[in-house]
Design a protein around this ligand. Sequence first.
Ligand SMILES: Cc1cc2nc3c(=O)[nH]c(=O)nc-3n(C[C@H](O)[C@H](O)[C@H](O)COP(=O)(O)O)c2cc1C
Length: 209
Amino acid sequence: MTALNNLPAYYDDIELSFEEAWSVVKAGVTNRHNPAHMPAVGTVDETGGPQLRIMVLRDVSRESRTLRFHTDARSAKADQLRQKNATSVLIYDHPAKIQIRLSGEARLVLEGDIADAAWDSSTPFARRCYMAEAAPGSSSIKPSSGLPDWIEGRQPEEDQLAEYRSNFAAMIVDVTTIEWLYLANAGHRRARWHFDMAKDSWTGGWLVP
Ligand SMILES: Cc1cc2nc3c(=O)[nH]c(=O)nc-3n(C[C@H](O)[C@H](O)[C@H](O)COP(=O)(O)O)c2cc1C
C-alpha cells in the first residue's frame, strides 16, 4: 500500500479548516486570477427555481461576515433579491482542491457610503456597463451591447458616468452558513459552520463528505 501523506495542517483540524475557508474566499478579492475571484452566485427566481450566474467578488469581511458584489439595480437578480433575499455563493479552488459554499441573505445597497465607495472603486470602463439604456436582460431586435451609440468603444468620463450612478448597486451578502469540502486521496473532509446570532459566534462541525 502507498502511504497517503503530505496532508495540510487543516486536514483534521476544524479550527484551521475554518481559517482556511475564509482565506480561500478572501484571496479572490485581491487576485483576479484566483479561482475565488469569479464565484457562481445563486438566487431564487419568482417560480422558486434556482438562478446562477458568475459575478466578480469585490470585497470580503470576515468580521462582518459579508461579501460584496456589484450589479445593475435593474437586473433580474436584483428583482429576485427584492422578492426573496436567499443567496448562495459557490467557489472551487482547483489547485487547493477546496470547494466552499457560502449561504445567507443578500441586500442591494444603492445609496450611501458603501454604494458610493463601491462606485468610486470601479474603473470608468467597468462602470460603463451601467450606461445601458434598457435594463439588462431586456429583449433587443438587433445584436447590441445595450450602450448608447456615442459611448461604444470609448471610455466614459466621470461626468458622463454620473447620471447612470442610480443604475449601480452594491450587493452585500450576509453570510450565515459556510460549507467546506476538501478533496484528498487519503479521504475527503467536509465541514459546515453556521453563525449563531444569539451567541454572536460561529459553530460548526465535521460532516460525512
Ligand atoms: C467573468 C464574468 C464576470 C461577471 N461579473 C459580473 C458582476 O460582477 N456583476 C454582475 O452583475 N454580472 C456579472 N457578470 C454577468 C452575469 O454573469 C450575468 O450574466 C448578468 O449579471 C445577468 O444576470 P441576471 O439576469 O441573473 O441578473 C459576469 C459574467 C462573467 C462571464
